[in-house]
Write a new protein. Structure first.
Length: 112
């Protein structure tokens, strides 16, 4: 697979805003957290990479973290993964954790 750019056929992306609690009518946090949730298909293999345009996909200007999961048994057992991410010029490159091939994987990117 190596260096795949996400498109609508390939993965789902969703972003939302939280942390907009008001204290006496004033927003307590200047920048709200934003999330991108994405799924890459079961054809993904260990050490494959996926590129995500953080701002275009979810309005993220600064990435704070990444959390990943994989389905070790199709649509059944889900385990956490320690995938890595590198950001360059607003493009996050996620490298799938070494280990198993042909697993469906889900990722959550968090930023501001």
């Amino acid at each position: 697979m190596t260096a795949t750019t996400l498109d609508k056929e390939y993965a789902g992306a969703f972003f939302g805003v939280i942390n907009s609690d008001l204290e006496r009518g004033v927003q307590s946090i200047a920048q709200d957290l934003k999330f991108i949730f994405l799924t890459i298909p079961a054809e993904s293999d260990a050490t494959d990479t996926v590129e995500v345009d953080l701002y275009k996909q979810g309005g993220i200007k600064r990435l704070l973290g990444l959390k990943g999961w994989s389905h070790t048994t199709t649509n059944s057992v889900v385990v956490t993964e320690n995938s890595t991410v590198v950001v360059s010029n607003g493009i996050a490159t996620i490298t799938v954790e070494a280990g198993t091939d042909d697993d469906l994987r889900c990722y959550m990117l968090v930023g501001v």
